[in-house]
Design a protein around this ligand. Structure first.
Ligand code: SF4
Length: 400
């Protein structure tokens, strides 16, 4: 069976070999344009009735707004943000687990949202995801053989006679014994389960792997092993990687480029090597400062204009402890305009200035309640600006 028969016409159109052979970032594997996602908010019946009577629109959580980016061949794109910033929603939208409200996304030129069923199935096969929880993401009633056979039986990419050999080879590739096939997830440690999850994702030969907080639930020593494994697999297989994490150090270590997500909006995108020295957006600076503070007890760096960023070459510690969260809705997703006074504003952020009501300026920058360098212009939506080639920021700060 050749690649075209196996993968459908898209493989021929996209030039499977050409994309994989290209230099990092040369040919986008994944392109995302203005993708948005909103979730309706649950309301008590009386309030719902009152809003309906007064003609008010139903409240929603805007989890993603007009998110655009691309991932090149063999590139690792880091998505950095706190809990509730929309990182996992983005991954789920791309995987087809949530329906987007708008926008477009293509994998090797194939539309993820509007393609017909056969082409969507092809896209799903070539884009696989590793979830955060190695305990919850594997069915405890299935042994490893069944877990690995499940995607093969859904997508049928290879003849059945090859399955066993592929499973054994896949397990060995992720550092597990080939004779693990008849064991159950409960017989493995957390790190080993995550290896099984990675093996399950790779068994379909994807071109893009989405790792959604893939090491967050693991011990630090196991984290390092899994990160090393991901790098080895990515380089060995020529994969592209969408690496989602709240951990600044891990993202900086893994990624070529980084997008910083705040309340569903990309506020800064920059090369990962600049993540310590050259960040501009006050939110990114606060993330960096909090990560340093958590590990070393250092004070948060001020974000006032002209304040130097942490020194180049600073050893940046991994932070397992999560950042204080911006206001989140009940579902853990952030609302563009927090619906009430009960928002869980972190004291450290409130104390640093901004609007004491904790509400963003209507129509203006969503970060304004926590920003201590805001100006009158922040009442308007901040435009995107290129700071340096490859470094863009959405902020009025230092704007002439
Ligand atoms: S646009 Fe204004 S409020 Fe928003 S982060 Fe920039 S300076 Fe702060």
């Amino acid at each position: 069976m050749n690649a075209v028969e196996r993968d459908g016409p898209a493989a021929a159109d996209a030039g499977e070999v050409g994309v994989m052979a290209g230099p990092a970032g040369a040919s986008p594997v994944l392109e995302v344009e203005k993708v948005g996602k909103r979730f309706p908010l649950e309301q008590p019946p009386l309030r719902r009735l009152r809003d309906w009577w007064k003609g008010r629109p139903a409240p929603v959580l805007q989890a993603l707004r007009e998110v655009s980016f691309s991932v090149g061949a063999r590139e690792t794109l880091g998505i950095l943000g706190e809990s509730g910033s929309g990182k996992s929603t983005l991954a789920r939208v791309l995987m087809g687990l949530y329906q987007p409200d708008g926008g477009r996304a293509t994998l090797l030129g194939e539309d993820l949202f509007t393609a017909d069923r056969a082409r969507r199935a092809w896209c799903r096969r070539r884009m696989q995801m590793v979830f955060q929880d190695p305990f919850g993401s594997l069915d405890p009633r299935m042994n490893v053989r069944q877990l690995l056979a499940e995607p093969l039986s859904i997508h049928l990419p290879f003849p059945r006679g090859e399955w066993e050999e592929r499973m054994v080879r896949g397990l060995e590739e992720v550092g597990l014994e080939g004779d693990s096939l008849d064991r159950y997830p409960s017989e493995f440690s957390g790190g080993q389960r995550q290896r099984i999850s990675i093996c399950r994702a790779l068994i379909l030969d994807p071109v893009l792997l989405i790792a959604d907080e893939a090491v967050s639930a693991l011990d630090v020593s196991v984290q390092a092993q899994i990160l090393e494994l991901l790098v080895r697999l990515k380089e060995g297989r020529g994969l592209s990687l969408l690496f989602i994490s709240h951990d600044v150090a891990v993202v900086r270590q893994m990624a070529d480029r980084v997008l910083v997500l705040f309340k569903g909006t990309i506020v800064e995108s920059l090369p990962a090597r600049c993540l310590l020295e050259d960040v501009v957006h006050p939110y990114t600076r606060r993330l960096l400062g909090a990560a340093l503070h958590l590990r070393e007890g250092r004070p948060l760096p001020p974000v006032a204009s002209g304040t130097p960023a942490p020194a180049a070459g600073t050893q940046f510690p991994s932070t397992q402890a999560k950042e204080p969260n911006p206001p989140t809705g009940e579902s853990g997703l952030v609302s563009p305009e927090p619906p009430g006074e009960s928002d869980d504003l972190p004291p450290a952020l409130n104390a640093e200035g901004g609007d004491s009501s904790g509400r963003p300026r209507k129509g203006g920058c969503g970060y304004s309640p926590w920003c201590d360098v805001q100006s009158d212009r922040c009442a308007e939506p901040p435009p995107e600006m290129e700071v340096h080639p490859g470094h863009r920021v959405r902020c009025w700060r230092d704007r002439p």
